[in-house]
Design a protein around this ligand. Structure first.
Ligand code: TMO
Length: 314
């Protein structure tokens, strides 16, 4: 029963400590929401933790392509999932011009690449080697791409049409609008046991529900994106895959660290593992929760994890 008395006291004490940043409750922190689910849940969890530190929070819908401008122009503050496979180049450019600050790397390692469900393996046994793709392009034909095979991409990747040309692939790029649409297409193909070749990534909900493999393209090297003479095609960039053990970062816009030191410390401390992120996306894409439900669900189950992220003296 003592706790009934202690709890209000604790809340008051924390409220008293929470004045490291001036006028925190009137400061609004703008978190970027991209178009795939783990990023959205990670953002809402971050938002709720910032609320616990007394910040107000708003969300800025943005494609990953447009987020760079928003961060640079001070129209958004925080991006919780910067993926090396699709965003390393812009990220590095933004660092070089001082427009964003690296707020640390999540423990999760990542991969983003062409992917197929396991039952395709028997139909095209030389996969996952990319050189088998042309032998099997008929498997992936659709009326829309005939006589070529369909590769279903998303809105995030590097120049995939150039990669297809550089590697001489008999495929046509078709793009899904966002993570949910791509997930739907994968789910439908798997339900019908139809071959599908699609962009996918890890961590994601897919690995917890559907067996499958990534295509093994020529191994990534930075020169693949800058030096035409590098690699398989001596006259083209983009003749390689994405990195296999890639990083996942958090970033904030220039000046954020000075303006909101407590928020910055919290964001530095937040550290998601691969299994957390794959769980986040399953809460949305498999269990059908809303973002609010998913983030609240995770926070109420994982108190021992996130309490360690709350910075001292905030
Ligand atoms: C950026 N994404 C994780 C969808 O590849």
């Amino acid at each position: 029963m003592k706790y009934c008395l202690i709890l209000p006291c604790l809340l008051l004490c924390f409220a008293g400590l929470a004045s490291a940043d001036a006028n925190k409750s009137t400061d609004n922190i703008r978190i970027i929401l991209n178009d795939w689910s783990s990023q959205q849940v990670a953002s809402h969890i971050t938002g709720q933790l910032l609320n616990k530190l007394n910040y107000s929070v708003s969300y800025v819908d943005s494609s990953s392509a447009l987020q760079w401008f928003k961060l640079k122009a001070n129209k958004a503050d925080v991006q919780m999932e910067v993926w090396e496979g699709t965003m390393a180049k812009e990220y590095q450019r933004m660092r070089e011009i001082g427009a964003v600050i690296d707020a640390g790397t999540h423990r999760a390692t990542t991969r983003e690449e062409w992917w197929y469900p396991e039952y395709v393996q028997a139909l095209c046994p030389k996969l996952p080697d990319w050189r088998a793709l042309n032998d099997c392009s008929a498997l992936f034909q659709t009326p829309e791409t005939f006589p070529q095979g369909r590769y279903l991409g998303g809105p995030w990747e590097k120049p995939e049409a150039i990669k297809i040309r550089a590697l001489g692939l008999n495929y046509k790029l078709v793009r899904a609008d966002n993570g949910a649409a791509l997930g739907e297409a994968i789910r439908k193909a798997v339900a019908e046991k139809k071959p599908i070749l699609a962009f996918n990534w890890t961590p994601n909900w897919v690995e917890s529900k559907i067996k499958g493999r990534f295509v093994e393209f020529p191994e990534y090297a930075p020169a693949c994106e800058t030096d035409k003479s590098w690699g398989f095609n001596k006259n083209s960039l983009w003749d390689c895959g994405n990195p296999r053990n890639a990083w996942l970062k958090k970033i904030v816009r220039r000046g954020f660290d000075q303006q909101f030191p407590c928020a910055y410390s919290l964001i530095q401390n937040i550290n998601f593992t691969g299994s957390m992120l794959s769980e986040f996306s399953a809460l949305i894409d498999v269990d059908g929760m809303s973002l609010e439900q998913a983030s609240t669900h995770w926070l109420s189950n994982e108190q021992t994890i996130w309490t360690q992220w709350l910075p001292e003296g905030c």
